[in-house]
Ligand binder design. Structure first.
Ligand code: MG
Length: 421
């Protein structure tokens, strides 16, 4: 990526003279040696570098509240920055991936998971000549709406919200960026572009339900959104194996029943002869990512060429996902997922963490429901506007694991908590 100042003597400089020559020439009235790499230059580079199937930032369908464009950043770069600077993003550091966030410093949490998804999605997007910045923004936003304690936290909220619209983490991510994050005096939300908001919510077809009403439910998601969905799976398949091995809940012998793991091990040993022990494990996890990414880009490319799509409009009109693994890799990937489910996600120690989490989330919900005056004023306001259940779900979903445990002690085990407010 070329950011900031570029010199005319470098490759970037050559690019600035040839690819974006017209744009940059119009902005530089002198023979300056150094020129700014402006938003217009970024947009010109996108036009030159992206496939006709990618989303151009200059052709975004825009923001709900019209804003002047930035001098240096494209619309999607700006969205990425807004997501990165949001409160919800910072809270991902304290949210469970598989292990509760205080289980150990080296296990993944939602924040590190999101960063890994972002890196993988960008690699895939670059290879397929799609918009990397859009992928980065989507990857950083994709788990914002997760409740504390991973899926179990969201499941408990969904059960308790059954008669009140339910709870689903993708919908909650959209709610965060459209309503709950407040950064401007004139409107709620982060005022992100249409493409980012749409991609946050469009995962499982058909897109029926009130959340999709503003997002052309008859259209499929762009390829960048599809890439991030797969990058998410590649990231957690790989890092969950890493965390499972690190924790000792799984060992090498158990992993050897997984075809993709054995392939990754061969791949790792071919690249790093002599690797052994924990180093070989690291190399094998890295190969697991490499094997999935390289299969995905090749299979997707073949799929795109075979499908006859020629434009972003064709992509949106297509009824199925155009991004995907080869048939062989898809089977291996499914086997790995099933294995992780059987041997890791349902390991009794992981189940114990989930059981505690369930008690905490359900207990907090019930207590706040019985006494809504315990809710902070901001959530009492949401209760007045959208009902008490939604307000409690928003409040609890926004909590980190640690904060939820602290609130539980404070409200339900007051004998163990300080009586100070
Ligand atoms: Mg994820």
């Amino acid at each position: 990526m070329l950011h900031g100042l570029v010199t005319s003597g470098t490759v970037a400089g050559a690019l600035s003279r040839t690819v974006m020559g017209a744009t940059l020439a119009s902005m530089s009235s002198t023979d300056d040696h150094y020129v700014l790499f402006t938003r217009e230059a970024c947009e010109a580079r996108e036009r030159q570098a992206l496939s006709s199937l990618g989303v151009l930032s200059a052709e975004s369908r825009g923001r709900a509240v019209v804003e002047e464009r930035d001098a240096l950043r494209t619309e999607f770069q700006r969205d990425r920055d807004r997501i990165l600077h949001s409160t919800a993003f910072r809270r991902l550091i304290g949210k469970t991936q598989v292990f509760i966030s205080d289980a150990g410093d080296h296990y993944r949490v939602r924040l590190t998971h999101s960063l890994e998804v972002s890196q993988i999605a960008r690699s895939i997007a670059r290879a397929l000549r799609l918009n990397e910045d859009l992928c980065e923004a989507l990857a950083l936003a994709h788990d914002l709406g997760h409740a504390p304690f991973g899926h179990v936290g969201g499941d408990v909220l969904d059960e308790l919200m059954r008669a009140h619209g339910g709870f689903e983490h993708n919908h909650q991510s959209l709610r965060l960026v459209e309503r709950l994050e407040v950064r401007s005096p004139g409107h709620a939300g982060l005022n992100l572009t249409y493409e980012v908001r749409e991609s946050i919510v469009k995962h499982k077809r058909p897109f029926t339900g009130p959340e999709y009403a503003a997002y052309n439910p008859q259209e499929g998601p762009c390829l960048e959104a599809q890439v991030v969905d797969f990058a998410d799976g590649i990231a957690y398949n790989s890092h969950d194996v890493d965390d499972a091995l690190r924790s000792g809940l799984l060992d090498e012998a158990a992993m050897s029943e997984v075809d993709l793991w054995r392939l990754a091990r061969e791949h790792a040993l071919a690249r790093s002869p002599g690797a052994a022990g924990r180093i070989l494990q690291h190399k094998t996890v890295a190969s697991l990512i490499t094997l999935q990414v390289s299969d995905l880009v090749h299979a997707t490319l073949a799929n795109l060429n075979a499908s006859g799509v020629r434009s972003l409009q064709d992509v949106r009109a297509h009824q199925n996902s155009l991004v995907g693994f080869s048939a062989e890799r898809a089977v291996q990937e499914k086997q790995l997922r099933a294995f992780l489910h059987r041997r890791f996600y349902t390991h009794y120690k992981v189940c114990r963490m989930r059981s505690r989490a369930r008690v905490i989330v359900a207990g907090l919900f019930q207590t706040l429901h019985e006494n809504p005056r315990l809710l902070p004023p901001r959530y009492q306001q949401i209760a007045a506007e959208e009902g008490l259940h939604r307000a409690i779900a928003d409040y609890i979903a926004g909590m980190t694991d640690r904060y939820a445990q602290k609130e539980y002690t404070l409200l339900l085990q007051p004998g163990q908590a300080s009586l100070e407010p």
